[in-house]
Write a protein that binds this ligand. Structure first.
Ligand code: ATP
Ligand code: MG
Length: 393
């Protein structure tokens, strides 16, 4: 089958009332970002639908793959477009379509006709009945089932004729760019890339911060995080990645604070620094991969103590998910294989054998006072020496 176009269905955008065009325009823009590297497509909106029509030959699989990463799309329908609206011509095209699309025609079908062009001389129901008849005449293996057919063959009569019968599921969600910006705390683990994906799925553009601790963490650990950012950037769009040297802060905490509180204190400084970049870059929230009870630093008490340093909302989309559910999602979005590469992240090197699981805010704050003479300076240096990388798919 030689498709030249796709009809794009979108779900939630449809209910946005007067602002609907904002969402549609954002979707068109995101589709362009995804399809431009594949081939030149003419993308246009038309009464509750978006059409992407190629103006040059393209790789079908590649185009579908690109579109299946665009949030806001609920269905991708490869479609035939015919300029000649004459019924005799249409029935011929539909017959050829069924022949080419389905080698084995032992299935039930129903023809659905939508008539956007009300001036078309034959009514929808009649077009559907006539086409059904013609198909049954041509291919005796076919059967009609109007209630539960294997194949819905849809014919839309508009400025041109559109014929399709496949709908490849899209990723759903809202087009990126319609929901503001957020700052993802991106580590090399399984959870945070998934968290970024989930928030971005609601239309939010992503920026990210990664804390490394050279020489305790390697270049390869850093590269792994860049790779993860690149994988999710296929969904989120380009990601501005802040890479922060956290070694001196970590060493200071290690030297001066009780070891069982190390992780929690470290996490508080990470949140503070990430929030600093977030504010500077107009992000409206922080995003982490935390999930209740997963590790000592993610008990309710720990989350409470960590959260206390932030003034921005902190989104934790994995909060109620089991690890296995997070893993399943990471496999689906393609980050899992990279996440499990065995390069240490900065938390694993300095973790205590028995970290506190029920930290108390007053106790933690008291411990942090031991850093009073150096922490401001260390934070300033960490912020000033950040490395920023623009990561795109
Ligand atoms: P992940 O799989 O996302 O690494 P985790 O199960 O390893 O999570 P923690 O190490 O406790 O859990 O981290 C909790 C969250 O804190 C992470 O999901 C991430 O958002 C953030 N985080 C942890 N370490 C870093 C880091 N080195 N740089 C940036 N963010 C981090
Ligand atoms: Mg981690």
């Amino acid at each position: 089958m030689d498709y030249k176009a796709f009809l794009i269905k979108y779900a939630e955008i449809g209910v946005k009332g007067k602002n609907r065009y904002v969402f549609e325009d954002a979707l068109v823009r995101q589709m362009h970002f995804a399809l431009d590297p594949v081939a030149e497509f003419n993308i246009r909106k038309e009464s509750g639908r978006i059409f992407a029509e190629a103006s040059e030959p393209f790789d079908y699989e590649e185009a579908v793959e690109a579109l299946s990463h665009v949030f806001g799309i609920s269905g991708i329908c490869p479609v035939l477009i015919e300029e000649n609206k004459d019924f005799d011509h249409i029935q011929q095209v539909v017959k050829t379509y069924v022949k080419e699309r389905y080698e084995d025609r032992h299935f039930t079908f129903k023809v659905m006709v939508r008539r956007g062009d009300k001036s078309y001389p034959i009514q929808s129901m009649e077009v559907a009945a006539l086409l059904g008849e013609k198909l049954l005449e041509e291919y005796e293996e076919l059967k009609v089932d109007v209630h539960n057919p294997d194949v819905y063959l849809t014919v839309e009569i508009r400025d041109k004729i559109y014929i399709y019968s496949d709908e490849i599921p899209g990723p759903g969600g809202m087009p990126v760019g319609t929901g503001g910006r957020a700052m993802l705390l991106l580590s090399g683990g399984i959870d945070s890339p998934v968290a970024g994906y989930m928030i971005s799925k609601r239309g939010v553009s992503m920026e990210a911060t990664y804390f490394h601790a050279p020489p305790y963490t390697s270049e390869r650990a850093k590269q792994k995080v860049i790779d993860l950012a690149r994988i999710i950037a296929r969904y989120t769009g380009p990601i501005r990645l802040h890479i922060v040297n956290f070694t001196d802060i970590q060493m200071a905490i290690y030297e001066k604070c009780p070891h069982d509180e190390l992780t929690i204190i470290m996490r508080r400084y990470m949140m503070k620094i990430a929030e600093h970049f977030a504010q500077k870059d107009n992000c409206l929230a922080l995003v982490t991969g935390e999930s209740i009870g997963q590790v000592a630093s993610q008990t309710m008490q720990s989350l409470y103590v960590t959260n206390e340093v932030c003034t921005m909302p902190v989104f934790r989309p994995c909060i109620g998910m089991d690890k296995q559910d997070i893993i399943t999602l990471s496999e689906k979005i393609g980050t899992y294989e990279t996440s499990i590469l065995p390069f240490e992240d900065c938390c694993t090197i300095f973790v205590a054998k028995h970290p506190v699981t029920k930290p108390r805010l007053d106790v933690i704050k008291k411990s942090e006072r031991k850093l009073d003479d150096c922490i401001e300076e260390l934070m300033r240096t960490a912020i000033e020496t950040e490395e920023v990388i623009q990561v795109r798919h």
